[in-house]
Design a protein around this ligand. Structure first.
Ligand code: ZN
Length: 85
């Protein structure tokens, strides 16, 4: 907290895990979490699109990856999808 009693909330609620749709292999859950940790991000919203071009299977791959990796204590990950029209 700063002198004005304001807390700077370190967050990014819009991180695409594009590795699971074969776009950017470095944007997998493990590496996203590591990058967030290094940058001091406390809340990390990780997701992918959910529409005709991005099937729910991709979202399920991301969910499964969360279950596999160990998460650092300094990050609170949030998992979801970006629903497109
Ligand atoms: Zn987006």
């Amino acid at each position: 907290m700063d002198k004005n009693n304001l807390e700077f909330l370190r967050q990014d609620f819009h991180i695409h895990a594009t590795a699971y749709r074969n776009r950017d292999p470095q944007m997998n859950i493990k590496q996203i979490i590591e990058k967030c940790s290094k940058r001091g991000i406390r809340f990390a919203g990780i997701m992918e699109h959910l529409d005709d071009n991005h099937p729910v299977a991709t979202i399920m791959k991301i969910k499964a990856e969360f279950a596999k990796i160990g998460l650092p204590r300094n990050i609170i990950p949030l998992f979801g999808c970006e629903a497109s029209a």
